[in-house]
Design a protein around this ligand. Structure first.
Ligand code: KG4
Ligand code: ZN
Length: 344
């Protein structure tokens, strides 16, 4: 069946058409209108601006996604939309647009959880992938480990108690002069530095818990930056010209600490559970150091690792459409009373 999917939970408006059936997972179109250039002026996402930009983009983007998929609304079997979690105003734009479209055209409406949608990106990329598996979701808003028993049966095994990994990358990136969101540039900068230059506290909480805490690590990095500034040796980068040096050493040490912490808990999750496959998901899944760390872990453990392609790591509607299909099969439907929720 063809699913029209919409995503508007944060700072990307996206519309996609995916074709899903038993044994078939195909992206027919997946258009993303990014608002990053607008929010960059403010150093982070401004929720009100995000909502307005979603309103401006969503109609034409949906039309273009249908055209590119070579179909019309008459061919669509379900409309999937991210209904939670995210910025409430931003989510409401997608939810209300999807509700109207579905109601007016007599198409079933399927609300989708954004975190599950990130995991579904791996389902699109790996046609052979089936639950059960472990899912490690690392994004701007989440750092969580789930036991995925079935396509719609998610069990939270651990997660961050404060900030998310993406947020931690963006915050330090911003302080050293990288434009929002700094995650991808931090990744490149880290490749130029010494990962053992500075010792930072691990985000992996001690003991058997699968929980994380990034706030201590973030504060330690900011303290380091303040101390260097007070010493008269401030650490900063030219975003267009990343080179080896103190900023690269900081990025490398900080990244190494995050990667080790996340890999440690992923390893603990594999040990503590029966799962022998690990799916990486979310915007931070694009991080080359994290991908390498998890590849090494899974090779050592003999576990299968499913990485999303870089094109499906960030927010996009194709992943929403893939998850919508499985929610639809499980009988999940949204009515005209469907509301958005900022929380999971
Ligand atoms: O999943 P996503 O697009 O949005 C949320 O649902 O939060 O994730 C965005 C996050 C941002 O924090 C961004 O800096 C981070 O993913 N990110 C990266 C990389 N690419 C994007 N973080 C580290 N390394 C990267 N290569
Ligand atoms: Zn996301």
């Amino acid at each position: 069946m063809l699913i029209l999917a919409l995503e508007s939970s944060c700072d990307e408006t996206s519309a996609a058409v995916v074709e899903m059936d038993d044994g078939l997972r195909r992206i027919r179109s997946n258009l993303v209108a990014s608002q990053i250039a607008v929010h960059r002026l403010y150093g982070g996402v401004v929720p009100e601006i995000a909502s307005r930009a979603h309103i401006e983009a969503i109609t034409s983007l949906t039309r273009d996604a249908l055209t590119e998929a070579d179909c019309t609304l008459a061919d669509i079997g379900a409309v999937g939309v991210t209904a939670s979690p995210g910025l409430i105003g931003a989510l409401l734009v997608g939810v209300n647009f999807a509700k109207s479209l579905a109601y007016a055209n007599h198409i079933p409406l399927v609300p989708v959880n954004h975190v599950r949608a990130h995991v579904a990106a791996a389902l699109l990329a790996h046609p052979d992938l089936r639950p059960p598996f472990l899912a490690l979701v690392v994004s701007g808003g989440h750092t969580s480990i789930y036991g995925v028993e079935d396509y719609t049966d998610y069990r939270l095994l651990g997660g961050t108690r404060d900030d998310a990994a993406g947020e931690a990358f963006d915050k330090v990136g911003r302080v050293i002069g990288l434009p929002y969101p700094g995650g991808a540039a931090m990744d490149r900068l880290a490749s130029l530095g010494d990962p053992h230059a500075i010792k930072f506290p691990s985000p992996a909480l001690p003991g058997d818990t699968l929980d994380f805490s990034f706030s201590g690590l973030k504060t330690a990095a900011l303290n380091h930056l303040n101390a260097e500034a007070q010493r008269g040796t401030p650490i900063a980068v030219e975003p267009d010209c990343l080179t080896a040096g103190p900023a690269a050493d900081l990025a490398a040490s900080y990244t190494d600490t995050i990667v080790r912490g996340v890999v440690k808990k992923a390893g603990a999750a594999l040990s503590q559970t029966k799962y022998n496959a690990l799916v990486l998901a979310g915007g931070v899944a694009a991080n080359s150091h994290l991908r390498a760390g998890l590849e090494a872990l899974c090779a050592k453990r003999g576990a299968a690792l499913y990485l999303p392609p870089l094109s499906l790591c960030g927010d996009n509607a194709a992943m929403v459409g893939a998850q919508a299909y499985y929610e639809y099969c499980a009988g999940v439907r949204g009515t005209t009373a469907l509301n958005a929720s900022a929380c999971d």
